[in-house]
Write a protein that binds this ligand. Structure first.
Ligand code: SAM
Length: 284
């Protein structure tokens, strides 16, 4: 008999945000794999749960996954928790879940809090489709390059950010996105200093500089997606693919292949191809 791996969501601030099922699973499994055992012990103590903990964090998870897999194969039930929210969502756990799935071990979700979903549910930005981006790259040049690729993204974009990089992140958003784009910042959700700040990409920095106490805490940033006119602008990558194809194929084929490869609108690609052709004709 194999054990089960339970992927258990835990609170993102308010200790009351844990499901009855999560508590039952945490109480009855043989082992809890936790990102930070001291942090999770506080949650477990609060609910009188004494299940043994082992650490599974970003720096040891590749090495630890095989031994946890052995525990599961030996019939022990294991719960996976992160410091806050849903494991694997910008948190450790992927190697263990992938290995367990590969080994045909039942992997069972115990759903609950997730900062991105909580923020989306209250931001007032479109939610029927959204793009979860997690943390942006660490360096400014990589961050801006990444944001430039998202400039024409029509879905609401969701980013995670910590207090020490919030200001730079707001600066980078302002450098790349049009100033009028709506920006909602969900700060310290479910905690004492919870705040939902609705602003725009162009005004956010001023707002935070005049309220410096807002810069502390944990944040979810939600950026409104591009409108139809903005989506008609090709990203650098889409333009590059189109140009490469135009060098090899007739316009119609190049446009149709570029649309398939880059998911850019057919109409926008076609217009860009024609304007490129015109430029070439004028030059020759
Ligand atoms: N797994 C978690 C989840 O399900 O949301 C996310 C973990 S990630 C390491 C931590 C980031 O999530 C923080 O830097 C912040 O961007 C966001 N976050 C977590 N808790 C939050 C809260 N209470 N309020 C706002 N953002 C939060």
């Amino acid at each position: 008999m194999q054990g089960c791996l339970y992927v258990v969501a835990t609170p993102i601030g308010n200790l009351g945000d844990i499901t009855l099922r999560a508590l039952e699973i945490l109480r009855h499994v043989d082992l809890i794999a936790a990102e930070d055992t001291r942090h999770s012990r506080r949650l477990l103590d609060h609910y009188g749960i004494t299940t043994p903990l082992v650490s599974l964090h970003a720096y040891n998870e590749q090495g630890k996954a095989p031994s946890l897999l052995k525990e599961l194969q030996a019939g022990r039930n294991v719960a996976l928790v992160a410091d806050a929210g849903t494991p694997l969502i910008s948190d450790p756990g992927f190697p263990l879940v992938a290995a367990a799935r590969e080994a045909d071990i039942p992997v069972i979700p115990i759903p609950g809090p997730c900062a991105a979903i909580a923020a989306l549910s209250v931001a007032g930005l479109p939610t029927h489709r959204f793009a979860f981006e997690g943390f942006l790259p660490r360096t400014q040049s990589a961050r801006r390059a990444h944001l430039r690729r998202l400039k024409a993204e029509p879905r609401t974009m969701v980013f995670y950010e910590t207090s020490h990089r919030l200001k730079s992140c707001l600066e980078d958003l302002a450098a790349v996105f049009p100033p009028k784009r709506r920006l909602v910042i969900a700060k310290e959700l479910t905690k004492l200093n919870e705040r939902l700040i609705s602003t725009s990409v162009g005004e956010a920095i001023e707002l935070f500089l005049s309220n410096p106490e807002w810069l502390k805490g944990e944040f979810v940033l939600l950026v409104e997606g591009a409108n139809e006119t903005e989506s008609e602008v090709l990203t650098e990558q889409q333009r590059h693919v189109l140009e490469l194809l135009l060098e090899e194929c007739p316009v119609r084929t190049a446009v149709s292949l570029a649309a398939k490869i880059t998911a850019a609108p057919h109409k926008t690609l076609y217009r860009a191809a024609l304007s490129r052709q015109k430029k070439i004709e004028t030059l020759s």
